[in-house]
Design a protein around this ligand. Structure first.
Ligand code: KG4
Length: 339
């Protein structure tokens, strides 16, 4: 007997829905919200309103593209947190309504856990590219930077995490002060490909253990801009490629230094990359380089599964379904949570 899970993701500014049957993705529909571009960042109230407009057509389309009838859905997995409360409320409330009308259980999903389990989304029944347990995962997104030891689908330990800004935030905030647009990560990545990563030196944190910090890098980036702009008002325009290349190289060095340390200490050489920042080409190259140099077996996600998507929520829901890990109807979203 097969198990069919409908996934719903609405934690930030993407409304997404996916159908997964026995771990195999049948559909994954994502509606992004262009409304935030004008503001240089996600505006929470606008995000929740856009989710309200998008959720019915996105879920209908996911069911249609999967070629199933909604009566075939066994459970609905939804992102309960972390994320923007108003946005999460839309997905949570919709799930409650649909699950009640279909008489099926709801499964709450931790957004961070879902990013990690994105590696288990199968695109066909014979797709066996997933890591085996245990593996280490570097989870890097706009809101989180964590090193996680993944022991099983539903058992993860956070080994280290940022004590201030996330890696994606470092990209987004530095891009913002350079006037490059939002989200800054992909723009910095594009410009970095044409710049010299050694042109500028920015400070790196000195904190013990496996934790990260990116606020010092951000401050040192700002001080460089402030000093150089006094000498040359066109400094940013004339040096944006080198600034982006040096910023990107520093972020990658910070991420990989701690990850290397953790991989060595735990003696686990299967290493996966997850989250929005995993789209970064420099970080992907660094993973491939570490595979060659240190004998790591690396797992780099497809671009379509790096940013927020409901397929990762549905696949997490599938494994929770197998454990009969359902949630009550009075479940409320939460904005902050650890794995
Ligand atoms: O995982 P995600 O979609 O959302 C969160 O849950 O936070 O990650 C979004 C983050 C943003 O900070 C964005 O700038 C960053 O991922 N990002 C990138 C790239 N593509 C997206 N950062 C660096 N290089 C990229 N190519």
């Amino acid at each position: 007997m097969s198990t069919t899970i409908l996934g719903i993701e609405s934690s930030c500014d993407d409304t997404s829905s996916s159908v997964i049957r026995d771990g195999v993705m049948l559909s994954n529909v994502i509606a992004s919200q262009a409304v935030h571009e004008a503001y240089g960042g996600v505006v929470p109230e606008l995000a929740s309103r856009a989710h309200q407009q998008n959720i019915v057509p996105v879920v209908s389309e996911a069911i249609k593209r999967a070629g199933i009838d909604k009566s075939e859905i066994d459970a609905i997995a939804f992102t309960r947190g972390p994320g923007l409360l108003g946005s999460l409320l839309v997905g949570t409330s919709f799930t409650k309504g649909l699950a009640t009308s279909l008489g099926i259980p709801m499964i709450e999903v931790n957004h961070l856990q879902a990013h990690v389990l994105a590696h288990f989304i199968k695109e066909s029944p014979d797709d066996n590219h997933a890591p085996t347990f245990p593996f280490m995962c570097l989870l890097v997104s706009g809101g989180n930077s964590q090193i996680i030891k993944v022991n099983a689908y539903n058992q993860m330990e956070v080994v280290g995490q940022t004590i201030d800004d996330a890696a994606g935030e470092a990209f987004d905030k530095c891009a913002k002060v350079m006037g490059l647009g939002y989200p800054g990560g992909p723009i910095v990545n594009r410009l970095a490909n044409e710049g010299n990563p050694k042109a500028f030196t920015f400070s790196k944190p000195h904190i013990s253990g496996y934790d990260y910090s990116f606020s010092g890098l951000k401050t040192s980036f700002l001080y460089t801009l402030r000093d150089k702009l006094q000498e040359d008002p066109n400094f940013i325009e004339n040096n944006k490629r080198d600034l982006c290349a040096s910023l990107q190289a520093t972020v990658i060095d910070i991420l990989m230094d701690k990850l290397r340390k953790a991989v060595k200490a735990f003696g686990i050489n299967q290493v996966a990359l997850s989250g929005g920042v995993s789209a970064n080409s420099g970080l992907r190259d660094a993973f491939l380089d570490h595979a060659k140099r240190y004998g790591w077996k690396v797992y780099i996600p497809k671009f379509s599964f790096t940013t927020d998507n409901a397929a990762m929520v549905a696949v997490t829901g599938y494994y929770k379904y197998l454990d009969k890990d359902f949630c009550p109807m009075d479940a409320v979203p939460f904005s902050r949570v650890v794995i």
